[in-house]
Structure formats: C-alpha cells, structure tokens
Design a protein around this ligand. Structure first.
Ligand code: AMP
Ligand code: MG
Length: 404
C-alpha cells in the first residue's frame, strides 16, 4: 500500500496539462492564461486628473488665496485644445486630460468662487504634479502586462479589458465525467425502497468538479453488473477525466477494476494508506485520467479534495495545485485509531491571527451530515494516535472555508 505522498506523486505524473483554447473574457473565471499579454496602449493614455478641481500651475498659488482666471471646463472624455497660461486655471473633472501648460490640480474642496465671476480662488497651495497621473505611469504600449500561468481573477480580467483583449488563450477546462455505481442506489426524486439509498455522491462530486473550474458531465447511476459497467465506463472514457464512485472495494460485486483492465487502463495505484478512502484507484488511458473513488460519501469527497482537485488544477495550468495547508491549534482532543494517515472532517476558524480547529463528531465515512458541517480536514499522521487540545496540528482548508 502506498503513502498519500506517493499516491499524489503518481497522480500528478499521470496528469498532463490540458489543451489551449481561446475564450471570451466573460467566460474565463477560474481559468489560467496560456499566453503572455502585451498592452496596446499607454495607461493612462494621457496626463490625467485624478480629482475634480482646477488644473493650474503650482507656481501660481505659492501665496494663497490666489485668484486665477478660469479659461475653460474639461469634462472626462473631452480633449482640451487650449492651454493654461500663467495666472490661469481650467475647471477639470476626474479622469479628464490635463491641459497643456498646467502642471498640477487643486481639488475643488480647496477652492472658492470669488464674487466677480470668471475666476477661482485657490485657498491652499499645491505641490508640483499633485493629482495628475502621468501618461504611461501604469503601463506603456508594448509592455508585457500579464504572463502565461496567471490566474484570471476578476482584477486580472480588468487588466485584459484595459488592454483591449476580449478573447484570450487559456488552458481548457477539462470535461469530468461522473459515473455512480451501486445496485442499491436510487435517484434523488425517488423514495428508497427496502435495501436502497439515494445517490448523493453524484451530486457532491458534480459540485466539487464545478467549484474546481472544470466541466462536469453526469453519466448517472449504473448497476453493479459487468455489462452495464462496461457500457457506461466506455462512455466515460470519452471525457478528459472520469470519476467512478463505488465498486472499487473488496466486495463480490466490485467490478470496476476488472472493467478498467478490459479497457487497457494503466493502473497507477489501487490502494492508499489513508483513512477514509483506502481503496482508491487511479489509472489512465491515452485520452482519460480515471479515478475509482470509494462509494462512502465522505470517502469519495475527501479523496476528491486530496487527489482529484490537484489533478484537475494541473490540467488547467495552475501552479498551485493543492488545498491550502495550515498549522492550527486543536480546540478539542481527539484520537485517531488507525495506522493510516487520517483526514478527519473538522471546522476551522481564524481568530486573532491564528487558526483553531475542532474535529466534527462523526459516525464515520457515511456520515454526510457531519461532513456537511465541516470546512476542512485535520490531518492525523499514521504514527500518532492521541491529539490533545491546545496542540498544533496540520489542517487542510477546503474551499468551503472561504465561503463561511
Ligand atoms: P462501495 O464503495 O460501492 O462498496 O460503497 C460503499 C458504501 O457507500 C455503501 O454503503 C454504499 O451504499 C455507499 N454508496 C455508494 N455509492 C453511493 C452514492 N452514490 N451515494 C451515497 N452512498 C453511496
Ligand atoms: Mg457499491
């Protein structure tokens, strides 16, 4: 049985970076740039007022109040054809080009209007260059403003818009097929009969895939019969990634690995020294990366966070692949009665500059309610069983942490 680290290494070795596609910036959230971006303009494109006020010569208002003649008004969007000479000022709005001759802007709050009209009274002197953003001070035409590998945050999309890029090259979102196995499973709308339960994994995994930025494709529930599995797995092998829930344990009807073998899937591992999720399978065809996830809901979801999410992120060109690991203070003692590395569902909070974590009381890997209350995992190393309140532990923050 291989360690979590070894399984991760093999998973990422099996994962290739995805194809490149051109996408509209309105559809690019969560993607990574696959090209360097150059500016086609200077920013600002002209010397620009950053205040509503008066464009003037700083030298004219060394002694205040200074009365200056108002020679024009410059709204944003206009381009002043006149210049400001000694003893003059132009009324100017935020974002408007500073007129020739002016070297500073005094904000309107520091001015007054004298009774005789046509003039402005500058009530405070102003430093040279004040409130004027110089042409090109943010970027110059031809500058590389964004590099390949940049995550398209809302702010980065704003930069793309600034430099006139409506379509950009990104690493493609992989299509992730989700296949759920189990004779006992019924769909959400159905009331389970004796011996049956509803399929929840399909939906949790669907959302985990979506939240990672990939494109989920629901293949539905399939029985534990070999021929049904064959047909559905074949369908799934047309996707970039195939997640199969259930059917990978030691049960008499766990045929997933047999069917994968029939399709000549290279298997990278089929057991990890982890709790929950020991019977996880990872394999690959030329086209598709395949994960066989244990059927228990907490196990499937946990394995997704540790192994599947980083693989998806690698195909999408991310450099940072893993959920954030932090050191946290244990708020309650707990025991880990296993010789495997264990990932305990937990709630983590951040208070006064430090993380605090409490394992969620749980009935085990089927306890969907306990898991839904958690936002993180306490990672209990294989060689430690007692964890005392007040001690430091390693915690993996799921994306849920940032939403709560
Ligand atoms: P398996 O890995 O197929 O042996 O399933 C392990 C346990 O998880 C069994 O108790 C299953 O009934 C349960 N299970 C399997 N698939 C699902 C699912 N899609 N939703 C909820 N529970 C499931
Ligand atoms: Mg099963």
């Amino acid at each position: 049985m291989i360690s979590v680290e070894e399984a991760l290494t093999r998973t990422l070795q099996a994962t290739t970076i995805g194809a490149i596609e051109t996408t509209d910036i309105l559809k690019a959230l969560g993607c990574v740039l696959a090209e360097d971006i150059h500016s086609d303009i200077d920013m600002p494109p002209f010397d620009k007022s950053s205040m509503d006020g008066y464009a003037l010569r700083a030298g004219d208002c060394k002694d205040v109040p200074a009365i200056l003649k108002v020679v024009g008004t410059i709204p944003a969007g206009a381009y002043p054809e006149f210049s400001v000479k000694q003893g003059e000022a132009a009324k100017i709005m935020t974002g408007a080009p500073s007129p020739a001759g002016a070297d500073s802007v005094q904000m309107v709050e520091n001015t007054g209007i004298p009774a005789d009209g046509g003039c402005v009274s500058i009530l405070e002197s102003v430093g040279l260059g004040k409130h004027i953003a110089l042409r090109g001070e943010i970027m110059r035409a031809g500058n590389t403003v964004l590099a390949t590998g940049t995550y398209l945050s809302p702010a980065v999309v704003g930069v793309l818009a600034t430099v006139g890029k409506h379509a950009v090259k990104v690493y493609k979102r992989p299509q992730v097929a989700i296949l759920v196995t189990g004779d006992e499973l019924v769909e959400v709308a159905q009331k389970p009969a004796a011996g049956q339960i509803r399929n929840s994994n399909g939906y949790t995994l669907y959302h985990q895939v979506l939240a990672t930025g990939a494109v989920p494709r629901m293949l539905g529930v399939v029985s534990d019969r070999m021929d049904d599995l064959r047909a559905k797995i074949k369908e799934g092998l047309a996707s970039d990634i195939l997640l199969i829930s259930g059917g990978v344990s030691m049960g008499e009807f766990d045929f997933v690995e047999d069917v994968l073998a029939e399709y000549h899937v290279s298997i990278y591992y089929d057991k990890i020294n982890i709790k929950p999720g020991k019977p996880t399978v990872c394999g690959k065809t030329e086209r598709t990366l395949i994960f066989g996830l244990p059927g228990n809901p907490v196990s499937a979801s946990t394995i997704f966070e540790i192994f599947v999410r980083p693989a998806i992120r690698k195909t999408m060109g991310f450099e940072k692949l893993h959920n954030l690991l932090v050191q946290a203070t244990l708020a309650a003692s707990f025991a880990s009665k296993t010789a495997r590395t264990s990932y305990q569902p937990a709630t983590t909070t951040f208070r006064n500059g430090a993380f605090f974590v409490t394992p969620v009381p749980s009935k085990g890997s089927a306890d969907v309610l306990a898991f839904a209350r958690s936002n993180s995992f306490v990672i209990a190393p294989a060689d430690q069983s007692e964890f005392n309140a007040g001690g430091q532990v390693e915690v993996m923050l799921r994306f849920d942490f940032w939403q709560q």
